[in-house]
Design a protein around this ligand. Structure first.
Ligand code: CTP
Length: 403
């Protein structure tokens, strides 16, 4: 199965002959849905050109802490460390490993490593010659870094640049990505699955300047899309107008405005989706005739005739394939459980997430939510108030059980 990582990855490249494999590693990380920022040590430049890695990663390669062009500019190691979901150093030379183990930081890569929030996953792919690797100092450095939580990938045995044969070869880029995948994504059933997620509210035009909308912020749908991406899913996010930016790579986003646009985008993608989560607050009605020009103010009351929009979720339920799983949301104010159960059956859903407006902290605009999940033949699962991120994880856990 395709390994999708969908993460912001710092790739540290240090000065060893195995640096020629960094180009392939960059390519594989990008293919796995990652945003890759390459950090080279000065001596890595002797082995591979920054141009190669910049072209493959589609980002300028960074080497120096200070930009020595008289501008006073510098590369912010703290910001880079905070930005990353993971750091991989491949190849990691004995020099760099030694400095890391001692906490030295005489280049940008080392300064970033020291600045990383503790707990950010770090992967090291050592590459050095036989005796260098066997040396007690190298082994002690590696052990020290392992104790600090770094995952050491390889090195492998084989022919070395010196002509000697033995342990010290850097692991192949495929093996590095696969090891990163095992640790970061694990065995999620969403790995490699195509998911359609909708988010935000819709805006239904009254005239060119006014619309009927709702208070949906899109936060719940965005959290679901990002958590699904972290589990290796290939996510298509269809969003109504929201103020949010995606913080995760590997998600394809389509912005729509009205219910009709959202319906068209959903219908186009749905046949390819393994799972669909309809989190958007789609308008149920739209003005039957949006005015071409701005409606002028008059003394008399204004009547706007409304017509129903297409129920996208109902369409999804009626058209879903046998292997596709469909998740709907419901916001009820009265008879919550009874209404939600009815919606689950009526719209042929596999899972329904009920949020109640009655609970403080749940619903529109907040960073928290209180949800109850209903699935056919299962008891409702009522969860306490939690962050929308945690709620997203709970929903995806439940979805994984259904896949
Ligand atoms: N939904 C949809 N298309 C619409 C309206 C809603 O796909 N035109 C989806 C929402 O994305 C959500 C679910 O339907 O997943 C529930 O929306 P809600 O407004 O609670 O339900 P309705 O079906 O509109 O039912 P009611 O108004 O009776 O509560």
């Amino acid at each position: 199965m395709e390994n999708r990582l969908n993460r912001k990855v710092l790739l540290g490249v240090t000065g060893g002959i195995a640096a020629y494999k960094s180009a392939q590693l960059t390519r594989l990380l990008v293919k796995a849905g990652c945003e890759v920022q390459v950090l080279m040590t000065p001596s890595a430049h002797d082995f591979v050109t920054p141009l190669t890695l910049a072209t493959l990663s589609k980002r300028a390669v960074l080497t120096d802490l200070f930009v020595r062009d008289g501008s006073g500019a510098w590369n912010d190691h703290v910001h880079l460390a905070q930005w990353a979901d993971a750091l991989v150093i491949a190849p990691a030379t004995s020099n760099t490993l030694g400095k890391m183990a001692q906490g030295l930081c005489d280049n940008l890569l080392l300064a970033v490593w020291l600045s990383m929030p503790k707990g950010t996953p770090v992967f090291l792919a050592p590459a050095m010659d036989l005796e260098m690797l066997k040396d007690p100092a190298s082994q002690a450095n590696l052990n020290r870094l392992r104790e600090r939580g770094a995952r050491v990938i390889g090195p492998e045995s084989g022919e070395l640049a010196s002509g000697l044969v033995g342990e010290g070869r850097m692991s192949e880029p495929e093996a590095i990505v696969s090891a990163m995948h095992d640790t970061l994504v694990g065995h999620s059933k969403l790995n490699g699955k195509r998911m359609l997620v909708t988010a935000g509210g819709t805006q239904e035009a009254i005239d060119p300047v006014r619309y009927i909308g709702n208070r949906s912020s899109g936060k719940m749908g965005f959290a679901i899309a990002e958590e699904a991406a972290l589990r290796g899913a290939q996510v298509e996010l269809i969003s109504g107008p929201v103020e949010l930016k995606l913080e995760r790579p590997g998600i394809s986003r389509t912005d729509v405005i009205a219910a009709a646009d959202m319906a068209a985008a959903c219908r186009a993608f749905a046949p390819r989706a393994d799972a669909v989560i309809m989190c958007a607050a789609v308008a149920d009605y739209r003005p039957a005739n949006a005015a071409d020009g701005k409606i002028k103010k008059k003394d008399a009351a204004l009547q706007i005739a409304l017509e129903p929009t297409e129920d996208i979720l109902a369409w999804m339920g009626a058209n879903k394939t046998s292997s596709q799983r469909l998740v709907g949301f419901a916001l009820e104010t009265d008879n919550e459980l009874a209404n939600a159960t009815d919606k689950l059956v009526r719209k042929q859903l596999d899972l329904l997430v009920l949020n109640s407006l009655r609970d403080a902290g749940a619903g529109f605009g907040t960073d928290t939510n209180k949800i109850t999940m209903l699935a056919p033949g299962k008891d409702p699962l009522a969860l306490p108030l939690m962050s929308k991120r945690e709620a997203a994880r709970a929903i995806l856990d439940r979805l994984e059980e259904l896949l």
